[in-house]
Write a protein that binds this ligand. Structure first.
Ligand code: C2E
Ligand code: MG
Ligand code: MG
Ligand code: MG
Length: 276
């Protein structure tokens, strides 16, 4: 169980749901309904280059506009959606909506950047992901270089099988990032073998980078290793100027976090792009 889920939050919530099968069933039912009623929405969090300070990418993060519970964070429904298989239709909607939106901005003449979507390993197991992605790119007309995917480190899928799927996606021109890097099971072999473009250093290392010497050393080592392997590095969860400056001295390439902007609705992100 632990090996299949990424992130502490997710684990806590999935265990909680396990304790109440009634709640689980109810939630599954509600997710079905939500898809039909278009209650899901994507928020967008910009990613900034550390040298120039420009927006170089954006991560699409799902929200559930629940009729009675208000705006729900993904930690409240993504884990259960993964367990129940409902991540497949939700995930497909996420890719399509992110591509549709980015193409709309492109058509409006905005200086668009690649939009990153989070993919669950379950989506790879149950789907022909490369076919699904290529269909969506064709349907929406978004050029592939404006789509990125984020996957988490995981051993729950055969590495050769995963490699083949990722090669197909990479060959289309879609960028691939490893999310929450440092919390999972990546080996050097895996990093070298898979067609990865970028590592996203997990927020947990960034949070106390100034006060926890070991975390600073880990971040420094990740950045040096990534650059040796020709990978870009982005730090997640940057909240202070001090963290930003420290990451700059470590030659981190990009940052994402509340210091610059939280995830925002599409209309807000559009304004950020306009003023860029
Ligand atoms: P993630 O992909 O690692 O996304 C980063 C999370 O960190 C986001 O939480 C974001 O709002 C939050 N964050 C960003 N900057 C900061 C900061 O400076 N400080 C703090 N404290 N937090 C920051 P969010 O949107 O609640 O998403 C949580 C997780 O849910 C994501 O982690 C991702 O694993 C999952 N998720 C979100 N959207 C999707 C989706 O469409 N599909 C799938 N499969 N998973 C998703
Ligand atoms: Mg992510
Ligand atoms: Mg992350
Ligand atoms: Mg995370």
């Amino acid at each position: 169980k632990v090996k299949e889920t990424a992130g502490d939050n997710i684990l806590i919530y999935s265990e909680e749901w396990n304790n109440s099968s009634y709640e689980r069933l109810k939630l599954q039912h509600e997710i079905h309904r939500a898809i039909q009623k278009h209650e899901f929405e994507l928020y967008y969090q910009p990613q900034y280059d550390l040298l120039e300070g420009q927006i170089v990418g954006v991560e699409a993060l799902i929200r559930w506009n629940h009729p009675t519970k208000g705006m729900l964070s993904p930690i409240h429904f993504i884990p259960i959606a993964e367990e129940s298989g409902l991540i497949v239709p939700i995930g497909e909607w996420v890719i399509r909506e992110a591509c549709r939106q980015n193409k709309e901005w492109l058509d409006e003449g905005l200086p668009i950047v690649p939009v990153a979507v989070n993919l669950s390993i379950r989506q790879f197991i149950r789907n022909d992901m490369s076919l699904q992605i290529s269909k969506i790119l064709e349907e929406t007309g978004l050029p592939p270089q404006y789509l990125d995917i984020e996957i988490t480190e995981s051993m729950s899928i055969d590495i050769n099988e995963m490699n083949q799927k990722l090669i197909e996606i990479s060959e289309m021109g879609v960028g691939i990032s490893v999310d929450d890097f440092g919390t999972g099971y990546s080996s050097f072999h895996y990093l070298k073998a898979l067609p990865i473009n970028r590592l996203k250093i997990d927020r947990s290392f960034v949070t106390d980078i100034l006060h926890e010497k070991s975390h600073a050393e880990i971040v420094s080592a990740i950045i040096a290793m990534a650059h040796k392997l020709n990978l870009q590095v982005i730090a997640e969860g940057v909240e202070t100027d001090e963290q930003l400056e420290f990451l700059r001295t470590l030659q981190c390439d990009e940052i994402q976090g509340y210091l610059k902007s939280p995830p925002v609705p599409s209309s807000f992100f559009q304004k950020l792009l306009c003023s860029a």
